[in-house]
Structure formats: C-alpha cells, structure tokens
Design a protein around this ligand. Structure first.
Ligand SMILES: Cc1cc2nc3c(=O)[nH]c(=O)nc-3n(C[C@H](O)[C@H](O)[C@H](O)COP(=O)(O)OP(=O)(O)OC[C@H]3O[C@@H](n4cnc5c(N)ncnc54)[C@H](O)[C@@H]3O)c2cc1C
Ligand code: SF4
Ligand code: SF4
Length: 352
C-alpha cells in the first residue's frame, strides 16, 4: 500500500494547480483523473488571439500540465476511478485503474492513504437535448464546447453537415443557465465572454461571415471584457431575446423563431449554423462523492461556499475550482492556489 500527504481528485486546471502548489512546499500528492488525459475541459480550448492575446486563459492549461509532469512529489494516475474511501485518523482509498489506458501498467487496483483530500472534480456541460433546439437532431446545431474543439482542430468553423464554412451563424446564450424550469438559476459566468471571443476569431478568419447573438443580457467582467463587448456591438447583430425553438427548412437551413421586444412581433430568421452556449452544471457524480467525503452540496448541486455547507476544509476535505461553482480558468487557478494554502495549513496542524 502506498501513502501520500494529499489526494487530489480531478486533473483539470484546478487539480493540476493544487497539486503543483503543494509539491512546491514538499507535500507528496496523488492526483487521480478518471479520463485518460489531464487538463480537464480547458485543455480542449482554442487560442483566441487575433492581433494580440485575447486573454482567454486557454494556454494556462498547457502550462499547468507541464508543472506536474515529471514532478517527483506528484504521482499521477489517469484512467483512474476512486472506488472506495473511508476515514479513521487518515483517509484510506482504493482506486480502480482502466487496464486499457496505455499510461498504466496491467495492474487494475490500487490502494493508498492520505491526510487530506481535495475535490477538484470540476463541472459538466449541460446537455442541450433537453431544450427544443434540435441538438443531435440537426447536424449544424452544435455547442460552444463543440465549437472550441472545432476551432482548435481546424482554425475555422465548419458545418458538420458538409464540412464547408458557415455563412450565417447564430449563437444562443444561456442554454441551461438562468432557467427556472430547470431550476438552474445561476449564471455560468464564462459563456458570454467565451462565445464573443470565438465569434471574433471566426469573423477575423472569414470576414464575410454574418454573426447574430441571441441573449438575455451579456455578462462578463474586467476592462478587456468591455472592449470585447463594444466590438461585438459593432461587428455582430445583437438580439435581446431567447428563441423558442428551431426547425429545419427544406434547403437544410435552420429556422429560428423569437419574439422581438422592440417591434413586439414574432420573427423567423434562417441560419446555416447555430451554436448553443451551454451551462456549466455540477458533475453527475459530484453529489455522491461530496456526501461520501462529508460535504453537503449547495442547492445548486455545486460544492462551493453557500450557507449550507460551511464544513469544507474541516476534517481534511477541501474543494478547488469549478466543483464549487462556475469560474473562469484564471478564477479556478486563484481558487486552487488558495485551497492549496488552506491544505498546507491543515497539514501543519497535524504535524505533517
Ligand atoms: C464551452 C466552455 C468554454 C469555456 N471557455 C473558457 C474561456 O475561454 N476562458 C476561461 O477562462 N474559462 C472558460 N471556460 C471555463 C473553464 O472550462 C473552467 O474554468 C475550467 O475548465 C475549470 O477547471 P476545473 O479543473 O475546475 O474543472 P474541469 O476542467 O471540469 O476539470 C475537472 C477534472 O476532474 C475530472 N474528474 C471529475 N470527476 C472525477 C472523479 N470522480 N475522479 C477522477 N477525476 C474526476 C474530470 O475528468 C476533469 O478532468 C469555459 C467553459 C466552457 C463550458
Ligand atoms: S490567453 Fe488565450 S488568447 Fe492569449 S495566448 Fe493564451 S490561449 Fe491565446
Ligand atoms: S455568462 Fe452569459 S451566456 Fe453564460 S449564463 Fe451568464 S448571461 Fe448566460
């Protein structure tokens, strides 16, 4: 059986940051990631620089990844799932390794123990099949995450139906966020800035592309965001309405219906690609894991600070990054650094 000072669950930007910060203090860390790769969502994002850096934060994922690889204080287990965890004086846990993961040896089980646990399990993107926008029915309805991956791979947007660049794109904001029917009342915080940056990239590479945004209001912060939004008002059509539904026309375009508040009329408009800015929601296993670790999730299902769950940190369990609620990459890093300090203080009280 192995032993470390700290178990970090989740190898996204928050998990990588806490592991690296603790390693700098000489703390031994075990980092467990269920996927075969590290970096979480952020490692899949494209650089959104046009003439200069757009400060999207995506390159920080690579940087954080390089910090943990070949770090003698960090043991990395990818393709690994936490099977069991229990606590007496320390946490004792068992990990199931995926034998198909080529990073692993043939061993499929692994037991270890630690003084503290960091839950850095991140978020999940909302599945928009629950909304009437034809996702997975119409090929050219994609999500913001699909667009991130598409821009990273191809450099430009391409319609999944025929591999050609779209000429008229609509972005629909707040899909699965700020939605009382779903009981998702929160703003996901990053999807306005992220969608605006991607739209600017598309427009800079194919200036003839027409871009329309459907939104409730545009959320973001910082002086860079203000400039981004001002440019969007110049370059894109900004419509303050959330569409009811989407239909396909006979010539394979996508017809969007919406109620125009200015003219007080129902309007139909066609586009050849639609991007849904889906919400950040709690991971499907977050609640179960939190309960095993003795943290009470907030009403939202995230495990960040809220009036109910002030016990994170007591008893050696800590939270880092978007497992606690929607954050940007930079905010996730700041949060993870603070968590690492809290963990270091806790270890000191235990004489570790
Ligand atoms: C479409 C989209 C675009 C975005 N664009 C930007 C942007 O341009 N700029 C920006 O600043 N932010 C952006 N964000 C936000 C950004 O994705 C997050 O801030 C960042 O990914 C948070 O990192 P994290 O480590 O908290 O979570 P995650 O990236 O979700 O990482 C969590 C990791 O934990 C693993 N995990 C989960 N459960 C377990 C378990 N039980 N056992 C082991 N491993 C587990 C997951 O596989 C994952 O690797 C965007 C988000 C979305 C959805
Ligand atoms: S912050 Fe974003 S835009 Fe700037 S260099 Fe990094 S990836 Fe590119
Ligand atoms: S950031 Fe924008 S798109 Fe995302 S939930 Fe908030 S208002 Fe909606």
């Amino acid at each position: 059986m192995d032993s470390s000072n700290v178990l970090v669950i989740g190898g996204g930007i928050a998990g990588l940051t806490t592991a690296h910060e603790l390693s700098k203090l000489g703390v031994k860390v075990e980092l467990v990631e269920k996927e075969p790769f590290l970096g979480g969502h952020a490692i899949q994002f494209t650089c959104k620089a046009i003439e200069s850096c757009a400060k999207c934060g995506a390159c920080m994922a690579e940087e954080k990844l390089n910090n943990v690889i070949h770090n003698e204080n960090i043991k990395i287990l990818t393709g690994a799932n936490l099977n069991r965890i229990s606590k007496n004086d320390r946490f004792h846990y068992n990990i199931q390794l995926n034998p198909d993961d080529k990073n692993q040896s043939k061993c499929t089980g692994y037991s270890s123990s630690a003084d503290a646990v960091i839950m850095a399990t991140g978020f999940e993107p909302f599945d928009p099949v629950k909304k009437p926008y034809g996702y997975r029915v119409f090929k050219n309805v994609i999500t913001n995450l699909d667009l991130e991956r598409m821009l990273k791979t191809n450099g430009i947007a391409l319609k999944p139906s025929d591999g050609m660049p779209p000429s008229k794109i609509a972005f629909i904001q707040c899909v699965g966020s700020r939605d009382s029917k779903l009981n998702h009342l929160w703003c996901s915080k990053i999807c306005c800035a992220s969608a605006l940056r991607m739209a600017h990239v598309i427009k800079s590479r194919k200036p003839e592309t027409s871009v329309t945004f459907f939104y409730i209001d545009i959320q973001g912060s910082g002086k860079d965001f203000e400039a981004l939004y001002q440019k969007a008002k110049e370059d894109f059509q900004m419509i303050r309405a959330i569409p009811g539904d989407i239909y396909k026309t006979e010539d394979d375009w996508l017809k969007i219906n919406y109620f125009d508040n200015l003219s007080k009329a129902s309007i139909e408009e066609v586009y050849d690609m639609v991007v849904l800015s889906v919400a950040m929601i709690p991971g499907s296993k977050t609640k179960e894991l939190a309960e095993i670790l003795g943290i009470i999730p907030c009403d939202t299902g995230f495990v960040g600070s809220c009036k109910n769950n002030g016990i994170a940190g007591s008893g050696g369990v800590f939270v880092a990054g978007t497992a606690g609620g929607p954050l940007s990459i930079a905010e996730s890093i700041t949060h993870a650094v603070k968590t690492a300090w809290d963990v270091a203080k806790y270890l000191k009280t235990r004489g570790r």
